[in-house]
Design a protein around this ligand. Structure first.
Ligand SMILES: Nc1ncnc2c1ncn2[C@@H]1O[C@H](COP(=O)(O)OP(=O)(O)OP(=O)(O)O)[C@@H](O)[C@H]1O
Length: 266
């Protein structure tokens, strides 16, 4: 599924968050959505998922609006992994993952062998099989995130939108999760993830979109987006750069006084 935004604008609490955003997301690419706190990453992701209405402009899914596509087709086409928060439902992890299969069920349809197989695959892929019997509310932040990732994977949708999927994970699971998202894109899905770790973003993503100042400050391959000038303008930081095994890495090194944010002019 190809998702496009057309002169998309978003407001929240009476304030403009994003203005005139034009982007296209193709199948088979892993895109990282980066930018400072409050830049509008979650806002954009929810619009891409058809979960929110834009203030102006529109989002299309294979050329059609959310209304034309229909709620059920959207739910089958797009898996949305929200930012991790507490889960208060007294639900076992396996039952939560099974909820990812809901878009595939008919009005009176029961759980099929295909649903069970998809849940098994998703639990294994997210390294969450051993958590299947646990009550979700008792899981640690990282365990909960892996179960929520399994729920998104169980949908087996051609698009996966993930909001800070690695924020609560330990370094080993961060690397595994980023590799999993990249592999999911390699198999043909469109994957978009909100990320704060710039080194992980640079290493694993095909494309980065840097949001800042109400719009897209930079969009392209990681090396073109993560320049000193862009990082200074968006985050107000200077970075330390290096290389390991032929791959570049960068570490946020120190904060600079008063960043200025200017969206890129087309
Ligand atoms: N319901 C709301 N009412 C008022 N302001 C809101 C509402 N929802 C979001 N905002 C504001 O919109 C801006 C963008 O929020 P959003 O969650 O998209 O940012 P973000 O880039 O994902 O940030 P973070 O990196 O902190 O998660 C923020 O300033 C936020 O406070």
């Amino acid at each position: 599924m190809r998702i496009e935004t057309h002169t998309l604008s978003a407001t929240a609490g009476g304030r403009a968050i994003l203005t005139d955003v034009n982007l296209a997301f193709e199948p088979g690419a892993f895109t990282g959505l980066i930018g400072p706190n409050g830049a509008g990453k979650t806002t954009l992701l929810r619009l891409l998922a058809g979960l929110a209405e834009p203030a102006a402009g529109r989002v299309t899914f294979d050329g059609r609006t959310a209304a034309q596509t229909g709620r059920r087709a959207l739910a089958r086409g797009i898996a949305y992994l929200p930012q991790s928060g507490p889960v208060h439902w007294p639900l076992r992890a396996e039952a939560l993952v099974l909820l990812g299969r809901l878009p595939h069920r008919g009005a009176l349809g029961g759980i099929t062998a295909a649903d069970h197989a998809a849940v098994e695959r998703a639990l294994a892929t997210a390294d969450a099989t051993h958590l299947r019997g646990r009550i979700v509310g008792t899981l640690s932040g990282g365990e909960r995130m892996r179960v929520l990732l399994a729920r998104a994977l169980a949908t087996e949708a051609p698009v996966l939108l993930a909001d800070e999927p690695v924020a609560a994970l330990d370094p080993g699971h961060q690397l595994a999760c980023m590799a999993l998202l990249r592999d999911t894109a390699r198999r043909g899905s469109g994957v978009v993830a909100v990320l704060h770790d710039l080194t992980l973003a640079a290493r694993f993503c095909d494309r980065l979109i840097l949001l800042s100042g109400g719009g897209v400050l930079a969009d392209g391959p990681p090396a073109r987006v993560l320049t000193d000038a862009h990082l200074r303008a968006a985050y107000g930081i200077a970075v330390h750069r290096g290389e390991a095994g032929g791959e570049p890495f960068l570490l946020p090194w120190h904060a600079l006084p008063s960043p200025t944010c200017q969206p890129e002019t087309p």
